[in-house]
Design a binder for this molecule. Structure first.
Ligand SMILES: Cc1cc2nc3c(=O)[nH]c(=O)nc-3n(C[C@H](O)[C@H](O)[C@H](O)COP(=O)(O)OP(=O)(O)OC[C@H]3O[C@@H](n4cnc5c(N)ncnc54)[C@H](O)[C@@H]3O)c2cc1C
Length: 377
């Protein structure tokens, strides 16, 4: 059995996400971007509509949606504002880590608050991004507790989340084998949030440095076994990269829609610019990129839902979808001419926003490393 049709339930998620994205998020996106303002109210609305942390299993009160469902929702939210979607996408990182590595007691404890609130995923450090296994943040067991010291950088939802999923290392332990993953409540004593300002795009997403000073939580908050941290991080990212691809599809589709709209009304040399083959080819290339990226993204999501190996497929989806979305946003500006360079039109924001999709959750160079390794091993 093979079908490209969405199920009735998936069509309903798509309708709900599209309506919310177009009516609630899109009209405010430019202003939130200008003011660098985090829209807590919109996140709460999205949660109430069942668009946040959708992967929490039904057994814990969630919707238990699969990756294909997440792709459908992600494309709609990315269409309206990639920055807004990044808050939701980053929370998904925490959900996936708990789902993959948490025990029953931990799922019962950690999931319920995340039905309405966000999590944050603390892997990157100022000196260790791509080489996350070289992390310096320290973990130490002390009686029944684990004590965390160090600093994590570029943390989305830092300061606006309910909990942090933190990766740290036991002193003296070998690189990957010495890492641990710990769920830390956001109000734990010793956490300092330094909000980061001045992002190029996705300016309504909250990004922060999170400092941990003798932060103490019970050992019962360690996901998996001590030593599993790096593995949990990599397995989590394999899945969530598919949602980065989904948001990128949204940006690419928006770039295409804005380009078509503008090309039909802008006149030059006595005709609409849509009559020029140079413009038509740009639009055709955007559509080729969008449709092929969507196929790869849905394929990676399908593999994930089937419980199959996804590392290579999700790396291709993330890398390709974000690359074509960046190219589409760039060409959308070109089609708008000088007007496209100004923030009166939405296309310059698309470019600034989608640049990040090529960087976070593993840069596109790292995705190519993953793909090449899977072929050459
Ligand atoms: C706005 C924003 C939000 C973010 N949110 C989060 C978050 O919520 N949680 C989190 O943990 N992190 C987050 N990040 C961090 C992000 O994942 C890292 O920035 C990213 O992984 C790259 O790491 P780096 O910045 O240290 O770059 P570096 O690792 O220093 O890389 C610099 C350059 O070198 C290249 N490079 C490095 N190693 C290789 C290699 N082996 N082969 C080829 N090229 C290589 C990279 O591709 C890149 O072009 C966020 C970042 C930003 C900007």
């Amino acid at each position: 059995m093979f079908s490209f049709d969405l199920s009735p339930e998936q069509k309903e998620f798509q309708r709900t996400a599209r309506k919310f994205a177009l009516e609630r998020v899109l009209p405010r996106a430019a202003e939130l971007d200008r003011k660098e303002e985090y829209p807590a109210d919109l996140t709460a609305e999205a949660a109430a509509l069942g668009l946040v942390n959708v992967g929490i299993p039904e057994a814990y009160g969630g919707l238990g949606l699969g990756m294909i469902d997440e792709v459908i929702i992600g494309e709609e939210l990315g269409y309206a504002c990639m920055g807004f979607f990044t808050g939701i996408l980053a929370s998904d990182l925490g959900i996936v880590a708990i789902k993959l590595a948490g025990n029953e007691e931990q799922k019962q404890r950690f999931f319920p608050p995340l039905l309405t609130e966000l999590s944050a995923f603390c892997l990157s450090e100022a000196d260790n991004g791509s080489d996350a296994g070289a992390m310096k943040t320290k973990a130490e067991f002390d009686g029944d507790d684990v004590v965390i010291n160090g600093a994590k950088m570029w943390i989305t939802n830092g300061g606006v989340c309910q909990c942090y999923v933190v990766f740290a290392r036991f002193e003296g332990e070998h690189k990957h084998a010495g890492t641990v993953c710990v769920v830390v409540p956001a109000d734990a004593p010793g956490i300092l949030v330094n909000k980061l300002h001045g992002k190029m795009g996705q300016r309504c997403s909250q990004t922060a440095e999170i400092v941990f000073e003798n932060v103490r939580v019970p050992k019962a908050n360690v996901l998996g076994e001590p030593g599993d941290g790096f593995k949990i991080a990599m397995k989590t990212l394999d899945r969530t990269r598919i949602t980065v691809a989904a948001g990128s599809l949204g940006v690419a589709r928006r770039a295409l829609d804005e380009s078509v709209k503008y090309a039909k009304v802008r006149h030059a040399f006595g005709k609409v610019i849509a009559d020029f083959q140079a413009i038509q080819f740009k639009i055709a290339d955007m559509k080729i990129g969008l449709d092929t990226a969507r196929l790869q993204t849905l394929y990676a999501a399908w593999l994930a839902d089937e419980g199959r190996m996804i590392g290579q497929a999700s790396a291709i989806a993330k890398c390709y979808a974000s690359d074509i979305a960046f190219a589409a946003a760039n060409e959308a500006i070109q089609i708008h001419g000088g007007a496209g360079y100004m923030n009166d039109f939405p296309v310059e924001k698309l470019l600034r926003d989608v640049k990040l999709n090529q960087i976070y959750e593993g840069t596109n160079e790292i995705q190519r490393v993953v793909i090449a390794r899977s072929l050459l091993k």
